[in-house]
Design a protein around this ligand. Structure first.
Ligand code: GLN
Length: 197
């Protein structure tokens, strides 16, 4: 199995380590490739879009032509997981902040999002979160996290916090407000890899 981690900016090393650890736990042979340029994504089975700064990530992905490759991969049914800023990029609608900054969006999920919905860096927090795909709570770490403000039919809500949607899935595309790569609990990465055919 070949896993692409978009490595333009943000929590890249953490996602690579978490993906490698999850594959190891699952006893699945595979490699995890950091992707900075076009050409690699079409050879991969699943794609991870890390957190970081969504405006920068969106702009650089478009410049490198990675955005088009991710859309093609999604159309081919390959699993895609976006965390934090990655969630913002997956949305069809980016809200007021995204419009103001001319945010590039991949538009792979019928969701609207609100960036930095919980405030700035100092408002970062951890919470034991009920996630529908897991059988016990997940220690979710939120850092300048976005939320999903609305989701159309076809989008499955995986988790909410304070009445706000913080995890969702549409087809094989998963969006998380929090950072599954910053804990030692690899259940979400494992669930994601199980989606690979
Ligand atoms: N708030 C950031 C953004 O929208 C995302 C923060 C993160 O990925 N940790 O760009």
């Amino acid at each position: 199995m070949k896993i692409a981690v978009v490595a333009i900016q943000g929590n890249v090393e953490e996602h690579i380590s978490a993906a490698q650890a999850a594959l190891k736990e699952m006893e699945l042979p595979g490699e995890v490739l950091p992707v900075r340029h076009s050409g690699t994504i079409p050879t991969c089975d699943a794609i991870i879009l890390p957190g970081g700064e969504s405006t920068t990530l969106g702009r650089l992905m478009a410049r490198e032509g990675i955005d088009v490759e991710i859309k093609e991969a999604a159309a081919a049914g390959k699993p895609i997981m976006g965390t934090c800023a990655g969630l913002v990029l997956l949305a069809k609608e980016g809200g007021e902040q995204a419009e103001r900054t001319g945010q590039h969006l991949l538009g792979l999920m019928d969701i609207s999002v609100d960036r930095n919905a919980f405030g700035g860096q100092r408002e970062s927090f951890e919470v034991a979160l009920e996630v529908s795909i897991l059988d016990s709570p997940y220690n979710a770490i939120f850092i300048r996290a976005p939320v999903i403000t609305s989701a159309k039919s076809g989008v499955e809500i995986l988790a909410s916090f304070n009445s706000q949607i913080v995890a969702a899935k549409q087809g094989n595309v998963i969006a998380l407000s929090f950072h599954p790569e910053l804990t030692e609990d690899f259940r979400i990465h494992r669930y994601f890899f199980e989606l690979v055919e």
